[in-house]
Design a protein around this ligand. Sequence first.
Ligand code: FPP
Length: 252
Amino acid sequence: MKYNIIIIGDVMNDNKLPIHVGIIMDGNGRWAQKRGFSRSVGHKMGAKNLKKLLKHIYKRNIKIVSIYAFSTENFKRDKNEVEYLMDLSIKFFTNELKTFMKENIKVLFSGRKDNLRVDVINAMNELEENTKNNNNGILNICFNYGGRLEIIDAIKKIASKINNNDITFDDITEDLVSENMYQTLPPLDFVIRTSGELRTSNFMIWESSYAEYYFPNTLFPDFDTKEFDKAIEEFQKRNRRFGGITNEDKSV
Ligand code: FPP
């Protein structure tokens, strides 16, 4: 499968670093409530933490990061919280442009844009457009995103190609499905969900089929660079077999 990305540098790293890391940034609300603040304060602190974390991650030569910033299900939240998250997102997309340019990071969005506010869509489009030629790393922001919806959207694209006689039924393979997802990025190697919840909540379910998972109890605003390094150490200890066996196992 050909991935539609160009990245400078060595992505086949010898230090067993993941190429593609996913982060489910959970626990902002609880972080704030524990301190007697409104949930919005937790989201603000989450965004602040995200900035520091991303800088650190790319510095560590991890090239692709996918973050779960807003799920399609998050629209079920209180209207004020949703509006706050939309405003905070616009600020993040606008204010961080200079950082992404400086660090040479290309920003992509995964998810449906159709029922978002126009000002949010404009900020997303602008960030994508302005960073499209950057090539030191990728930030894939899952926004108004649902994993099952992504698969449905891929099925629709494939069905329409069959309908137009561009491909036939027999052309449907795992690679073809991957090529019709929102992004053609390499699969996720490592998924971190903060806050102790042991769920994946519809996050990149196709792309994470062989990912290693890590569930620290730390709430996202407190998940700092040290916690991230600890997570990577844990990843490096994992024995990834992808359904097969390794040389170490053969002697057992
Ligand atoms: C989940 O925590 C977090 C979210 C729904 C929002 C994540 C957003 C940020 C970290 C801000 C950065 C935003 C962008 C767009 C990059 P929660 O509210 O479900 O926490 P809880 O489980 O403690 O209630």
